[in-house]
Design a binder for this molecule. Structure first.
Ligand SMILES: O=C(O)COP(=O)(O)O
Ligand SMILES: [Mg+2]
Length: 230
């Protein structure tokens, strides 16, 4: 049982199953660059540290795995980023929430918790996606990957949200799907709960690094994991 005033929720892989649309936009980008398409599951493994890291990994995917995060040629990267952003703008709002998300958010809000969305996704994609999927109304705050000078795994987004919501970080919980979320939550000093269905670079979550694991968002309330601090 965790005593909190606020719950922060990751977006890609926690609230929304965005990998299929991200993979198709990536493959349209690669086609424009005359490069071979990547399997959607491979693109999914590159998600989690923002658009720039995703694009770099896709451009480096033919190289030895140890060079996945190398800096590609700057002109090539700039061209790829422009193409990816243009293609992703066309399908970003097609992505859908996972089962249990709407019900889970409703139950958290009904308990009187303050809710915020924290994502490494750029803001120009985050906001339309939240609007179109019907999730925007649940959040008092949304902090995207380019809203602040740094993003997860840095704790700055979580610290910023807690300061704005007027809660201590130890009175807040992050619900996420990846080691990026776990590292950020540990650094901020908030609780971390994970879902198993998202994008953790192809690895299962290490249970010993989290406060709890849930199958879907409804379990936060149905399993009595949260007590609301007054
Ligand atoms: O855009 C990403 O890299 C991942 O976004 P997330 O932080 O919502 O999982
Ligand atoms: Mg995520």
């Amino acid at each position: 049982m965790f005593r909190v005033k606020a719950v922060m929720l990751d977006l890609d892989g926690t609230l929304i199953n965005s990998a299929p649309e991200i993979a198709s936009a990536i493959n349209l980008m690669l086609a424009d660059l005359n490069r071979p398409a990547l399997p959607a599951k491979q693109v999914e493994r590159y998600i989690g540290e923002g658009a720039a890291v995703l694009i770099k990994r896709c451009l480096n995917s033919q190289l030895d795995v140890s060079r996945l995060n190398d800096e590609p040629d700057a002109a090539l990267f700039a061209q790829a980023e422009k193409l990816f952003f243009a293609h992703y703008a066309n399908n970003v709002t097609d992505s859908k929430p996972y089962d249990g998300v709407i019900e889970g958010l409703q139950a958290l809000r009904d308990k009187g918790l303050k809710l915020a969305c924290v994502t490494n996704k750029p803001e120009k994609f985050t906001l339309p996606l939240l609007q179109k999927s019907g999730l925007a109304e649940f959040f008092e705050m949304v902090v995207s990957g380019d809203s602040l000078p740094k993003k997860k795994p840095d704790p700055i987004q979580l610290q910023h949200i807690c300061a704005k919501l007027d809660v201590h970080t130890f009175e807040a919980m992050l619900v996420g799907d990846s080691e990026t979320d776990i590292t950020a939550a540990h650094a901020a000093g908030c609780f971390i709960v994970t879902v198993p269905y998202g994008y953790n670079q192809g690895r299962p979550i290490d249970e010993s690094t989290v406060d709890a694991m849930i199958e879907d968002l409804t379990e936060l309330v149905s399993q009595d994991l949260i007590t609301v601090l007054l």
